[in-house]
Write a protein that binds this ligand. Structure first.
Ligand SMILES: [Fe+2]
Ligand SMILES: [Fe+2]
Length: 301
């Protein structure tokens, strides 16, 4: 309730800067062809897809992540409630996220970029599983998580667009990424206000969320293997996670200079600093391994 005026201000800000866009304008409908089944068209075959394997993998992960919107909606609707600016934001955010899944699915289906049967089966499994994390019921933890997650998703969509080699798909994913960026700004501003109201609690939330951060699609079948491929392709890797997601958001909150922390807040800040060091080591090690792998592949080809 203390954050309500901040929500209202940032909701109005969001509505004034968000640009209306239409998913149907980014789908090349005339390329479409009827599928097999009741309508007697052509079954999907591997040769239908014009996209590189890694682009398909990333698009499917990103789409399944968007598909799980009912789970995310349930979580924030429960936490934020239906009333006032909080409630309006829940509705608006859900509507924008709903556009993402629709747009990407239309594109993939019309262009026959991926196997539609496998995609539907993966969606059924993933949505039945639903989404949850370790801090589902804590508001500041949730605001911290989505601040990082929306930015992570923005980067993942944008870089997926680049590896498709298809300007249409890249333009579509750039629109999606622009939405994710505005979501990030909204949540980041809310947590910035929380840092003023209750700095110790906000710092605790940030430290806890960073410690066990996982992408929202982590529950997708085969996610570990897929996320390695996505990292190797430079679509989303530990270096980007640290340098383009975690560090810039922490900088906006000025976590290493702010004052007024209680004892636990100070401990949490030290944990955040230690986490950045760990991420740095992990990111460097990953980059070395990726470079060595690339050199090996170059030598054998
Ligand atoms: Fe989205
Ligand atoms: Fe988003």
């Amino acid at each position: 309730m203390e954050l309500e005026p901040v929500v209202e201000k940032n909701l109005n800000r969001h509505l004034s800067v968000a640009k209306e866009w239409f998913p149907h304008e980014y789908v090349p409908w005339s390329e479409g062809r009827t599928f097999d089944g009741p309508l007697g068209g052509d079954a999907w075959s591997e040769s239908d897809s014009k996209l590189p394997e890694i682009a398909r993998t990333a698009l499917v992960v990103n789409l399944l992540t968007e598909d799980n919107l009912p789970s995310y909606h349930r979580q924030i609707a429960t936490l934020f409630g239906p009333d006032g600016a909080w409630g309006t934001w829940v509705g608006r955010w859900t509507a924008e996220e709903g556009r993402h899944g629709t747009a990407i699915r239309d594109y993939l289906t019309v262009t026959r970029a991926v196997d539609p049967v496998a995609l539907e089966r993966a969606r059924m499994v993933h949505m039945t599983e639903g989404y949850s994390n370790n801090h589902d019921h804590e508001i500041l933890h949730t605001l911290a998580y989505v601040s990082f997650q929306e930015l992570a998703t923005r980067i993942s969509h944008r870089n997926t667009g680049k590896v498709t080699g298809d300007p249409t798909c890249e333009a579509l994913l750039a629109k999606v990424a622009a939405d994710e960026n505005l979501h990030m700004v909204f949540y980041r501003n809310l947590l910035a206000a929380a840092f003023e109201l209750a700095p110790g609690q906000a710092m605790r939330a940030v430290a806890d969320v960073l410690a066990d951060f996982q992408m929202p699609g982590a529950g997708i079948e085969g996610f570990a293997r897929k996320s390695v491929a996505i990292a190797l392709a430079g679509i989303y890797d530990l270096r980007q996670h640290r340098d383009e997601v975690v560090v810039p958001v922490l900088r906006q909150w000025d976590v290493f200079n702010l004052s007024g922390l209680d004892a636990d807040g100070e401990i949490a800040r030290e944990q955040v600093a230690a986490h950045l060091d760990t991420l740095e080591q992990q990111a460097s090690r990953f980059e070395e391994r990726r470079a060595a792998r690339a050199a090996r592949l170059a030598a054998t080809s």
